[in-house]
Design a protein around this ligand. Structure first.
Ligand code: M6R
Length: 610
């Protein structure tokens, strides 16, 4: 899981590549590097750590006037995070350098062959194997392009790779297989990168590359070829509407905070064109019947959104739903054979390897797959039978916030759309109540916008009193249980405090043994039918001297060390108020502790490898 970029143009390439890498850092950030040709020699500059370390090294390379370069920001898959494993990697003769995102699964076999032929390796990476395999191909294939394709045809696994050579210093070659790669088409310059923000300041015209495609680019030309036989392919150029401001912090201290505050806008965008009067309009689903059973598959925060969505899908649309973590689903012999089954994969990035694998399994079973994705043109979006885009905009912070909010809106809309298609009397929600929910959703952005500043202030206040905790429970019931899981995930990934989300009714079955004055609990005690039950669970924790933060609604009778009141909404929409409170609490704890909020250690934004 890494970010790659290649540039061929008329500007000084190295600073441009470094700038592009900065916008790709969300994909990984344990080391970075760049390669360019200067004075007829391959120059490779790499550094462990964040981009600043690479920039420092580059400062002493003032002579770098190259107008073509490749770059890489890495998240370790093979080999420890260290300079020797950082990309680009060079062939033994230093005539070729490559950057690579992904894993070559058969690299050990390929390496053994190359070792037998006398190649040597200075890193533990699969990438160094690949670049030397290309070099080996130069001996038998007619050209660099043919050697590149020849080597890639032997590589099994996932890759987005970009190559630069001393012999063709103005040309870059790139290819993709199961990892994202996009061509940016400029005027007198062309780009290739793992994601659009890398080159967005320079061009909005892009070509989405598919698996098994190779692209050749110079400053003035580009062409896409089939990896299989290098035959030319016709590819449409698309214009991207995102502006770069959407990918910048916009005055907030961190991307995460900005993204939390964007949630009202996200809800508005999700509803735009999707609700017409009292009716939900989801054209993407029109070609599919209401499933008899729905299997939701996702990872991390997207999985929590799926768990929350199950409550609505079952209650309103009366569709039986299972929700499963993608990495488990893909290796289980899932029973997807019933006619009428459908799979819903949820993924912000649309590139999560396990979720993508689950999608492919479902398709192999002939089961229709609906993708709920944020990133337009992502692998999941392209491979699903139907795609619902969540309209959250680019999410830069590694911790997912606004994406979950957008997924929840779409799950609510799907539930209402399918409820409406049920024969009379079979839906779990009446047309009048459905209209009431749509009205409440329309009012939600305004309410949330008004509530967020106070919510932020309260989060800051409370966080100070709990930042020294080493452990935390998050409790909730019903539709608040998935929120408890999400609250715990946010706290652990941002502040490295151990946190567990539990269904509050489970506490008595073991976990309550852990409670003592140093082990606080964040309880979701919202105004719904299960409030009295949650209240009893809170009292049980208090009886063991456990400190409690109770997130609740006005007028509810609850005693806690810290009572945090957020505006009420009818359940289950109250989740849209609770979610930002949980996010802001974790944000404030992590920021207070001086953690790297937007790029927590050991994590990457998009998990494109297993
Ligand atoms: O892009 P996806 O939604 O498929 O990503 C799934 C998870 O990797 C992601 O939600 C992860 O858990 C985040 N770090 C949570 O904040």
């Amino acid at each position: 899981m890494c970010g790659i970029i290649g540039y061929a143009g008329h500007r000084p390439a190295v600073p441009l590549v470094v700038e592009g890498l900065r916008r790709l850092e969300y994909r990984g950030y344990d080391s970075a590097g760049t390669a360019f040709v200067q004075g007829g020699e391959m120059r490779v500059v790499r550094a462990a750590g964040k981009l600043a370390a690479l920039e420092e090294k580059l400062a002493s390379c003032a002579s770098a006037t190259a107008t073509s370069a490749i770059g890489h920001t890495r998240w370790a898959t093979h080999g420890v995070p260290a300079e020797r494993n950082a990309h680009p990697h060079c062939s033994n003769d230093r005539r070729i350098a490559i950057v690579h995102n992904g894993i070559i699964e058969n690299y050990q076999e390929l390496k053994a062959d190359l070792l037998a032929k006398g190649y040597t390796f200075s890193s533990e990476t699969d990438t160094e194997v690949l670049v030397n395999l290309i070099s080996e191909g130069m001996k038998t294939q007619g050209s660099l392009l043919e050697a590149f394709a020849w080597a890639l045809r032997q590589a099994h696994g996932a890759y987005a790779v970009c190559l630069k050579s001393v012999d063709e210093p103005d040309t870059l070659y790139a290819a993709r297989m199961a990892a994202p790669l996009i061509l940016g088409v400029g005027t007198g310059e062309n780009y290739v990168a793992s994601d659009i923000p890398a080159f967005l300041p320079y061009t909005r015209d892009v070509v989405f590359l598919e698996d098994g495609e190779v692209v050749m680019l110079t400053a003035s030309a580009w062409k896409v070829l089939a990896l299989e036989d290098l035959s030319p392919l016709e590819k449409p150029v698309r214009r991207i509407q995102w502006d770069m401001q959407a990918a910048q912090k916009g005055g907030f201290r961190h991307f995460m905070l900005k993204e939390i505050f964007e949630q009202p806008r996200v809800i508005t965008d999700c509803l735009a064109g999707r609700v017409d009067g009292d009716t939900v309009v989801l054209r993407e689903l029109e070609s599919l019947p209401v499933p008899r059973r729905l299997h939701i598959v996702a990872c991390g925060t997207s999985y929590h959104a799926g768990l929350w969505g199950r409550h609505l899908l079952e209650h309103w649309a009366r569709v039986p739903v299972s929700v499963e973590i993608a990495s488990e689903f893909r290796y289980r012999d899932a029973l997807l054979l019933d006619a009428g089954d459908a799979v819903l994969v949820i993924s912000q990035s649309g590139e999560t390897a396990d979720t993508l694998a689950a999608l492919r399994i479902a398709r192999e079973h002939g089961v229709p797959v609906i993708g709920l994705c944020n990133v337009v043109g992502s692998s999941i979006a392209r491979e699903a039978d139907a795609v619902i885009y969540t309209q959250a905009g680019p999410e830069i912070s590694v911790a997912s916030t606004k994406a979950m909010c957008s997924q929840m809106v779409m799950l609510a809309l799907m539930s209402l759309a399918w409820a409406r298609l049920r024969p009379a009397g079979e839906a779990g929600i009446s047309p009048e109540d459905s209209a009431g929910i749509i009205d409440a959703l329309r009012a939600l952005p305004g309410m949330l916008d008004a509530a967020l500043p106070d919510m932020h202030a309260r989060a800051r206040e409370i966080s100070r009193a709990y930042a020294d905790a080493r452990n935390f429970f998050y409790l909730g019931r019903g539709h608040c249980f998935p929120l408890a899981l999400e609250g715990a995930l946010k706290l652990k990934e941002l502040s490295y405090i151990h946190a567990e989300g539990y269904a509050s009714g489970e506490m008595k079955h073991g976990p309550i043994a852990l409670v003592d004055p140093s082990f606080p609990t964040f309880a979701l005690a919202l105004d719904d039918a299960l409030f009295p039950k949650v209240k009893s669970n809170i009292v049980e924790v208090q009886a063991r001297q456990g400190r409690i933060i109770a997130l609740t609604n006005p007028g509810l009778d609850i005693a806690a060390d810290d009572v945090w009141v957020v505006p009420a909404l009818p359940a289950p929409l109250s989740a849209f108020m609770a979610l930002p409170a949980l996010q802001l609490f974790s944000y404030e704890v992590a920021d207070y502790l001086g953690k790297d909020v937007d790029q927590p250690r050991n994590l990457a934004k998009s998990v494109t490898v297993e």
